[in-house]
Design a protein around this ligand. Structure first.
Ligand code: BMA
Length: 317
């Protein structure tokens, strides 16, 4: 058995954490967490936050900031509410969005979890301004979540990463579509590792993958079921640029996990759950936005170069 490499810090928590809590909301909210993130054309950082009310139902609300750290301006009212009359799959709320800007469409695609009587499903909505949305409805039926669209076609097709649950477990899959409506060519991408691994029990995509010269860098969450509940931590994998289903390297250890008090204690303790990131104009610095203990929103800073170097040095095989 190889001796583990010394632990490297790949994401630094921001000293202002948590950067957003329910107390910052202009209307009643129980918790705010698991935000999607994007940079708008004018350089503003937009977070599309999951807001849970005291019924336990979630909706999405936008918060904007010039520096992506503080000075957040939160929409006065919910930005995207569930629409259960037209979309019964949203009866119990909409959760955990991921945003991708799709050049070809000139629109942002928001993939989110629609939660209804049949279970969690993946739904898609398009927007140009985060004020009005075109709903595409359910694109992956229950039980499925943790989805994001890639920013461009792969080999002529739109590509969606998602996490269906089957008897065999909760694994990350890739599906392709010519038109965002008809989906097929489903392929497994990354499996929960089983046994004593940190990502033994479930894996799911975190923010949308980042395209680099060396391949698609994918951050994912791994779950380990322990005697005192589930532990949610972050891992990294690298996939080929034109063949997303070819994994080049998958990190052996987790790279970021619950440690700070606001990550260990809350509605669901011991959870860090990133759904969004933005890359600074230097092309390397990552601002990673994550839900902490299903209660608040926190920020950690990383580097694409450092993540690539780490995953190439610390993978199985
Ligand atoms: C997952 C999702 C997330 C949540 C996490 C921890 O299954 O539902 O929304 O943050 O569990 O509770």
């Amino acid at each position: 058995m190889k001796i583990p490499a010394p632990h490297e810090i790949l994401f630094q928590r921001h000293p202002k954490n948590p950067i957003l809590t329910a107390a910052d909301w202009p209307y009643p909210a129980h918790t705010v967490f698991n935000p999607a993130a994007t940079l708008l054309a004018d350089g503003t950082t937009l977070l599309l936050c999951r807001v849970e009310d005291r019924r336990g139902h979630s909706h999405l609300c936008a918060a904007r900031s010039a520096n992506g750290i503080d000075g957040w301006v939160v929409d006065a009212e919910p930005t995207l509410l569930p629409s259960p009359i037209d979309h019964p799959e949203e009866l119990w709320g909409i959760e955990d969005p991921r945003i991708t800007f799709v050049d070809e469409l000139g629109k942002y695609a928001v993939a989110y979890t629609a939660f209804g009587r049949s279970g969690p499903a993946v739904a898609l909505a398009l927007t140009t301004d985060f004020r009005t949305f075109e709903r595409c409805g359910v694109v992956m039926q229950p039980d499925d979540k943790d989805a994001a669209l890639l920013p461009r076609r792969i080999d002529g097709s739109f590509a969606l990463i998602h996490r269906p649950v089957a008897d065999s477990g909760a694994h990350i899959w890739l599906s392709l579509s010519p038109d965002l409506t008809n989906w097929g060519t489903h392929r497994p991408l990354l499996l929960a590792r089983r046994g004593a691994w940190w990502d033994a029990n479930k894996v799911g995509l975190s923010p949308p993958p980042i395209e680099t010269e060396e391949g698609w860098l994918m951050l994912y969450h791994g779950v380990r079921q322990t005697a005192s509940g589930a532990l949610y931590r972050l891992g990294v994998a690298l996939f080929e640029r034109e063949r997303f289903d070819h994994c080049i390297a998958r990190g052996d250890s987790w790279i970021f996990g619950p440690e700070a008090p606001y990550e260990c204690k809350g509605d669901v303790g011991n959870v860090v759950f990133p759904c969004g990131l933005v890359v600074d104009p230097d092309g390397d610095t990552i601002k990673l936005y994550y839900g902490a203990a299903d209660t608040s929103i926190a920020l950690a800073i990383g580097s694409i170069r450092q993540l690539l170097s780490w995953v190439k040095r610390n993978h199985e095989g």
